[in-house]
Design a protein around this ligand. Sequence first.
Ligand code: ATP
Ligand code: MG
Length: 192
Amino acid sequence: MIIALTGTPGSGKTTLAEALSQKGLSIASAQEIAERHQCILGKDEQRNSMIIDTDCLDTVLSSYDPVSDCLIIEGHIAQVLKTVKYVIVLRCHPNVLTKRLQEKYWPEKKIKENIASEVLGVILSEAIEVHGIGKVVELDSSQKSIQELTDIIVRLVRNSMKDMTLYQPGTIDWLPVLLQKEYSWMVDENGT
Ligand SMILES: Nc1ncnc2c1ncn2[C@@H]1O[C@H](COP(=O)(O)OP(=O)(O)OP(=O)(O)O)[C@@H](O)[C@H]1O
Ligand SMILES: [Mg+2]
């Protein structure tokens, strides 16, 4: 089975994927597979990122043997892939996410775009829309350490995702941050 590990940029996908790989799980990056198999539609100049052809990536992934193993596909588009059976969405409190993206020296405009996306739960909504709520879990990477997240995912995978209802979406809500002054730009109709 293929499991998507997704989340807003800065939510911790790559760091967690590396920790999971050290625990013996098979991990692949959606972008790396897409590049290797020419599943790239072009470059998003504004965001300085590749536009991945997700249909092409699904075709590549459909030849993966689903019985023998579990493969975790990491990337912020992994939730829209139809070949994935379950989706793990990493969430991150906007205060923590802002700090993490600032540490990556991201420009303010790009940080705000991603904070808005995280507050609105865009990736989680996409995951639920494509796969249904019963196939999706969400984990808070601003509350849980990489070690804790690794332990949870290793346990879930080893148990064929049977305990996933423990992490059902619906417990994480960042909308109350909109009442704070530092997020007023999100509700200001003049935008940034
Ligand atoms: N659970 C966590 N606890 C503390 N720090 C974390 C946690 N998860 C990630 N981080 C830190 O957050 C930063 C961003 O993590 P990472 O680069 O893995 O995010 P990402 O989701 O892969 O981002 P991108 O989509 O831009 O590749 C890193 O400095 C990492 O050490
Ligand atoms: Mg990453």
